[in-house]
Design a protein around this ligand. Structure first.
Ligand code: ARG
Length: 472
C-alpha cells in the first residue's frame, strides 16, 4: 500500500523486533525501454509470528482419482463373459475420465472431459467436471436472475410465477452459496421468459421451460447473500489505516505462518485471490495445507480464528509472463459466518474510468520495504481507462482486457508487494463490489505506473463457473 499524500503509518520495524532476516523481493528489472515487467515471487512477508491461535490441522489431501479394478476369480464361460464386460466398462471409463486424473506435476491442472454428445445447459451433467452445466446462470442489472437452457440458447429472465423460497435456496446452493438472502420481483420488458416447472430438479436450468408469457411481466431478482455493506461506514482513521469492520471481507493468506497475499471473501466458503500467489515454480505453494486464512482483522497482531484451505483453483489460462487471468479461488474448510463478503459484480456492471474505488492490504507501505504492514492499510484509487493505461508512456500495450488499471498517473496512490490477491472495491447502490484483484505494477506509486488489478467483471463467468463446480 502506498499513499505518500498522507502520514505514513509507523514503520513495521519500529513496532516489531525482527530476529529473522526477511526474504528479499527480487528487484524490478526493465527488460527494454518498451517492455516493462514486474517481477514478484510470492514469498511470506516477514511479520510477527501468529499469536496463539488454536490451529486445527488440515487433513486435506490432494484428490487423486483412481479407478481400481478388483481382482476376482470366475470360473467357466459366464465368468469370462463377465470379465469381458468389466473390461469394456473399464476401457470406457478410462477413455472418458482418464485424462482428468489429477497429475502430480508442479502445475496441477484439471481438465474437463466432455463426450461428443454433451449438451450445455440441459440440466444433465455430461462432462467429468461438469463444465457443461456450470455457465448457465447469471445475474443481470438489479440482480435479475437469468438462466440459459439448451433449448433457449441465450440467457432469459425467470418468471416470478411459481417461484418460492425453497427454489431460491436451491438456486443459490447451485451457485456455491449456502442459501438465498433476498428475493424480489422486477418488471421486465422481455418478451421471452423461463418459467418454472412444477418442481426443482437438481439445477435451475433443468427446472425451467421457455414461455412467451409471464403474468404481469414479473421476473425474479435474487440475492444469495448480504454483501458489500460493512458494519462500519467508511471513515478514514489515523491517515491511511483501516478501522475495524470497515473492510470485513479482507482476507490475509498466510503461507507457512506468514502473511503472503491478500484475498477477498465473496461467499461463506470462497475467497478470491491472485493466481500468482501460488508461484508456479515451487509446488509447496500449491499445497492447500501450507496456507491459513484469516478474515476481517485489521492487525496482524490480533489474528482471529483461522480457516484452512480445502482447495486452490487457479485460472487455467493464467499466464505468469503477462499476468493475464491472474485469479484464483480458494475453498475454505468451513463456512465463514457473521462476516460480510464483498459483492461480486453482476453481469454487465461496469465502473467508469475516474470512479473512486478503494484497495486495501497488509502489503509494504513503501516500495522496497522488507516487511509488510501490521495494520490493514487502505487507499483510494481512481479507475484508469485501458486505452490510457496502454499508452506508450504508461504500460505500452501490456494491459489486457482482463486487467484493470487503477491509481494515479501522477503517482503516490497504489497497492504494493504483499497486497496481491487483495480487493479493489467500488461502491454502487450503497454496496461495495469487488472490481479488481491486486495483481502487479512496475514498482509502486510511480509516475505513469498505476497498479494493475485483475478485472473481476471480465472474469465473472470463470468465478461463477468454479463456484458451481466446487460447491459445498
Ligand atoms: N505483485 C504484488 C504482490 O504480489 C502486488 C504488486 C502491486 N503493485 C502495484 N504497483 N500496485 O503483492
Amino acid at each position: 500500500m502506498e499513499d505518500r499524500q498522507t502520514d505514513a503509518p509507523p514503520l513495521y520495524d519500529s513496532v516489531v523486533n525482527q530476529n529473522t532476516s526477511p526474504p528479499s523481493y527480487p528487484s524490478l528489472q526493465v527488460l527494454s525501454a518498451t517492455q516493462i515487467q514486474s517481477y514478484y515471487i510470492p514469498q511470506p512477508i516477514p511479520q510477527m509470528p501468529a499469536p496463539c491461535v488454536v490451529e486445527t490441522i488440515s487433513t486435506q489431501r490432494r484428490h487423486v482419482r483412481t479407478y481400481r479394478s478388483k481382482r476376482c476369480c470366475f470360473g467357466g464361460l459366464g465368468g469370462s463373459a463377465f470379465l469381458v464386460v468389466l473390461l469394456i466398462i473399464a476401457a470406457w471409463l478410462g477413455v472418458r475420465y482418464g485424462s482428468s486424473l489429477w497429475t502430480l506435476s508442479g502445475k496441477d491442472k484439471e481438465t474437463d472431459i466432455c463426450p461428443p454428445s454433451s449438451v450445455n445447459c440441459d440440466g444433465k451433467r455430461d462432462c467429468s467436471l461438469g463444465s457443461d452445466e456450470s455457465r448457465c446462470v447469471r445475474f443481470g442489472t438489479a440482480n435479475e436472475l437469468q438462466v440459459m437452457t439448451s433449448k433457449a440458447g441465450s440467457f432469459l429472465p425467470v418468471c416470478a410465477q411459481g417461484w418460492s423460497k425453497n427454489i431460491a435456496d436451491q438456486t443459490c446452493q447451485q451457485l456455491g452459496f449456502r442459501q438465498s438472502y433476498a428475493v424480489d420481483v422486477l418488471k421486465s420488458n422481455s418478451s421471452v421468459f423461463q418459467s418454472m416447472n412444477n418442481q426443482f430438479s437438481n439445477t435451475i436450468q433443468g427446472s425451467v421451460n421457455i414461455s412467451l408469457s409471464c403474468p404481469l411481466q414479473q421476473t425474479v431478482s435474487l440475492r444469495c447473500c448480504d454483501c458489500g455493506r460493512p458494519p462500519v461506514s467508511t471513515r478514514i482513521i489515523g491517515g491511511d489505516m483501516a478501522a475495524e469492520g470497515q473492510w470485513p471481507w479482507q482476507a490475509s493468506l498466510h503461507f507457512r505462518g506468514h502473511h503472503t497475499c491478500g484475498g477477498t471473501l465473496v461467499a461463506p466458503d470462497f475467497i478470491i485471490t491472485a493466481a500468482h500467489c501460488f508461484s508456479q515454480e515451487k509446488s509447496d505453494y500449491l499445497l492447500p495445507s501450507n496456507w491459513k486464512v484469516y478474515i476481517g482483522m485489521v492487525s496482524q497482531l490480533k489474528l482471529p480464528s483461522l480457516y484452512n484451505v480445502k482447495k486452490i483453483t487457479i485460472h487455467e489460462n493464467y499466464d505468469p509472463d503477462t499476468k493475464n487471468n491472474d485469479i484464483a479461488l480458494l475453498i475454505l474448510n468451513r463456512p465463514v459466518s457473521n462476516v460480510q463478503p464483498a459483492c461480486l459484480p453482476v453481469f454487465g456492471q461496469t465502473f467508469s474510468p475516474g470512479s473512486k474505488c478503494w484497495t486495501t492490504g497488509f502489503g509494504v507501505t513503501r516500495e522496497g520495504d522488507d516487511s509488510g504492514s501490521i495494520i490493514l492499510m487502505q487507499v483510494a484509487v481512481g479507475l484508469i481507462d485501458l486505452v490510457v493505461c496502454n499508452k506508450p508512456a504508461v504500460y505500452n500495450g501490456l494491459i489486457t482486457e482482463n486487467m484493470q488499471c487503477a491509481g494515479d498517473l501522477i503517482g503516490g496512490k497504489d497497492s504494493c508487494q504483499g497486497d496481491s490477491g487483495g480487493p479493489l472495491v467500488c461502491k454502487a447502490d450503497d454496496r461495495w463490489y469487488l472490481t479488481g484483484v491486486t495483481s502487479w505494477g512496475d514498482g509502486c506509486g510511480k509516475i505513469n505506473r498505476p497498479g494493475i488489478y485483475s478485472n473481476v467483471g471480465r472474469l465473472l463467468t470463470w468465478i461463477h463457473g468454479k463456484m458451481q463446480q466446487e460447491r459445498q
